[in-house]
Unconditional design. Structure first.
Length: 90
């Protein structure tokens, strides 16, 4: 608790946080590991966000602004994933 880390939130109450072990990891190594950690879960994030969007697209209780933000988020995640795939293919 109280340590600085990086991660992502999958849904309310479900989040993942990567924390640097100061005794055995440098800041540079932690940054590299952080990028790999988030990239590993990006396909899962895309899938879950698309499922949420399909369930809530026509829900009148969900504001249109939130739907549009979710669409933008999914597009950004897909773009990042495509770049990662292209980079690994080289």
């Amino acid at each position: 608790m109280g340590k600085f880390g990086t991660g992502f939130v999958l849904s309310r109450g479900t989040d993942f946080k990567l924390v640097r072990g100061e005794d055995f990891e440098t800041k540079e190594k932690f940054k590299e590991r952080s990028k790999e950690f988030i990239a590993q879960f990006r396909p899962l994030l895309i899938k879950k966000k698309e499922e949420w969007l399909e369930l809530n697209r026509n829900n009148p209780e969900i504001k249109k602004k939130k739907i549009k933000n979710m669409e933008k988020t999914i597009a950004k995640l897909k773009s990042l994933e495509n770049k990662r795939i292209a980079k690994t293919a080289k």
